[in-house]
Each structure stands twice: as C-alpha cells, then as structure tokens.
Design a protein around this ligand. Structure first.
Ligand SMILES: [Zn+2]
Ligand SMILES: [Zn+2]
Length: 366
C-alpha cells in the first residue's frame, strides 16, 4: 500500500506537539526517566471528546448546544445512521434509542439518558472501528445463558485456512520517534499473544510488497476516510481480512516497552495493548461487550491490557482452530465463567465504514 503522507499546514502545530510528546514518551525511555522541569504540555493533550462532559444529565426532549456533536459520535460508531445533512441539538427519540443501545453494548445501565457513567465512557479513548455495522451488530448480544459473545466482521472474513504463516511489515514509522528495534519487539510480542492460542504464526518482513499485514503511524486525515483526531479520542484502526492494514494515530503519547502505569502524562497509551486489540481485527474479530476482553472497544490510558481473555480465545479459535500447546487464559479473579454452546452471531451486512474507506484508499493510492 502506498501511504499518503502529506501533512496539511493546519496539522503542523499538531505534528509539532506530537513530536514533543513522542520525544518525551517514546520508548525505551520510560516514564520514570523523564527529565524534570519540562513545560506544561497538558493543553496539547485535550481530549477531542471532552466537551461531552457539558452534556451530562441531558435526556429526551432536551435541547443543548453540543448534542449535534454527540450525534456525530454515535453515527461514527454505528449507533445512528449518517445524517442527511447535519445533526441538530435536539435530544430526540432516535438519540435516546441509540444511547440505550450504546449502554447495553458497554455494560452500562440502559437508561437512554446521558448519565455521568455513560458520558465518561463516551469520552474514553477507543478504537476507531465502529461497534455496529449497517444497523446490526453482535456486540452486546447474549446467549441463552446470558453470556456476552465476541463478534465477527460481516460475512465472517478470515485468512484462508491453508495460510498459517502471515507476514507483517512496519511500513510507516517516520511519524513516530519510537525506534525500529523497540517497535519490532512490541509488535512481535502483540502478535505472539494471538499465535499462542491458534496455529497461526507471524513473521516480520522488511518490505510491504512481501507482507500480508502493514503497520503504520499516521496523523489526521491519512487517505482512508478515517481521519485521526490527535491525542486520545480514536487511537488506531485496522481493516478486516484480508485487507491487512493497521494504522496508529501518530499523535498519541505512545508508551512502548516502558511501564505505562508510571507515565507522568495522563494521556499516555500503551502501544502493545492497542496492538493486541487491532491484531484481533486484522484476524477477523469485531468488538466484544466483555469489558475484560481485548476486543472491548475502549481502553483506559496509563493502563496495560495485553492478555487475551476467554472471550477473545473462544472467538479466534472458532475462526482458526486451537493450538494444542495453548495453556489457556488466566481466569478472572471473580466470576464463574459459563460454558456457552451457541454459535457466535456474525455481523450482517457490509462493514460499511471501513470497507468503504478501504475501497477509497485503494482508489487513491493505486
Ligand atoms: Zn477495535
Ligand atoms: Zn487509517
């Protein structure tokens, strides 16, 4: 894939900020070793969704400035259809229904109102891949036993069963200051978590032409219709099999190889945690409602989450088969896991958002 790398003048300050952050946060420099007396760069780290905080308490019938932006958010992640022209600031019945579905998907009380916990979840950094595609989704659906399930992309695409070895290349790394050796190590570790549970194996290769999967750091609009939004907000996205593209927002305060929980920046994000999630998409998994699962859409900053949960393992093994040497997941400290027998529900309809973007990106870059 030819990457589209032109940075608009408007993005230059953002790029500069990202560079400062990258210098500060890039591994192998751990957060602990950051020099003291640095300028306060917190203003550069404003969450693109922080204005949602002003909407806390809104409910059906309200009119409040900013609700249109929240509708854009709900539309982007599949909870509302694309607006005919522009969303208004009315809290209407469609919005109430969309919020109820969102709450159900994220394990929140389905009040249909913008209560504090719902607003907080919506402000959390997350994956750019939508939760609902074409109005339908397996996310949040439950079996007869009441257990949540992993999901697939529409049509359940996967890599061919005969193809057990996949090659990946880091094809766009100039927008991050994390050194190549550290990147290689972090991505190898992330891929290894999925290969341990399956019979798939992954090898890094130098050139994109030789790779099934390409990994790149990009800023803002990078040509696939899924523009990144600076620090926090959306962190990364990846395309379903067998597209193979995996993009990371270069503006994040990525921590690679250091202890992210000790990072001084509130917005520090663990690179391997996000990589493990996006590899799930590259292999064919959609989002899960299981909060402990890697495929849950949000992640908390300054937190590492790299271990596959039972839900992730069930999902990937049903696509590719199990690895007889797999030792299994560490069971959660509390909760008695149920055995479920129902088949996973595949998402129906085309993977509209990213599939369309993929087609567009191919058209632009070929
Ligand atoms: Zn995702
Ligand atoms: Zn992209």
């Amino acid at each position: 894939m030819a990457s589209i790398r032109s940075v608009s003048p408007l993005l230059a300050p953002l790029a500069a900020a990202a560079t400062v952050l990258a210098v500060l946060m890039s591994a192998p420099v751990s957060a602990r070793s950051l020099p003291e007396g640095l300028p306060d760069i917190k203003p550069l780290l404003s969450n693109p969704w922080s204005a949602f905080q002003n909407l806390s308490g809104c409910q059906f019938g309200d009119q409040r400035q900013g609700l249109a932006r929240l509708k854009d958010y709900l539309s982007r992640f599949g909870y509302l259809p694309a607006p005919p022209a522009k969303f208004n600031d009315m809290f209407d019945a469609d919005m109430e229904s969309a919020i109820r579905t969102y709450q159900h998907n994220f394990g929140l009380e389905a009040t249909g109102q913008l209560d504090a916990s719902t607003v907080a979840k919506m402000m959390s950094p997350r994956c750019g891949v939508a939760d609902i595609i074409n109005g339908t989704s397996a996310m949040g659906k439950t079996t007869v036993h009441g257990r949540n399930l992993y999901s697939y992309f529409p049509g359940s695409p996967s890599w061919p069963r005969s193809k057990k070895s996949l090659r990946y290349a880091i094809t766009a790394a100039t927008e991050t200051t994390i050194d190549r050796a550290t990147l290689s190590k972090v991505f190898a570790s992330a891929f290894a978590r999925w290969s341990a549970a399956t019979t798939l194996n992954f090898t890094e290769t130098a050139s994109a032409s030789d790779a099934d999967i390409t990994i790149g750091f990009h800023s803002g609009d990078h040509g696939d219709g899924e523009a990144f939004d600076g620090p926090l907000g959306t962190l990364a996205h990846a395309f379903s099999p067998t597209d193979g593209r995996f993009h990371l927002d270069a503006s994040e305060a990525w921590v690679a190889g250091g202890d992210v929980s000790r990072a001084s920046l509130d917005a520090a994000v663990d690179l391997e945690s996000v990589a493990v999630h996006e590899i799930g998409h590259l292999l064919g998994l959609g989002h899960s409602s299981v909060e402990g699962a890697i495929m849950y859409p949000t992640i908390t900053s300054r937190t590492q989450k790299v271990e596959l949960a039972k839900d992730d393992v069930d999902g990937i093994q049903s696509l590719y088969g199990g690895n007889p040497n797999f030792k299994g997941v560490t069971p959660p400290a509390t909760s008695s896991e149920e055995t479920h027998s129902a088949a996973p529900r595949a998402l129906s309809g085309p993977w509209s958002g990213l599939a369309g973007a993929a087609a567009l990106a191919l058209a632009l870059s070929c």
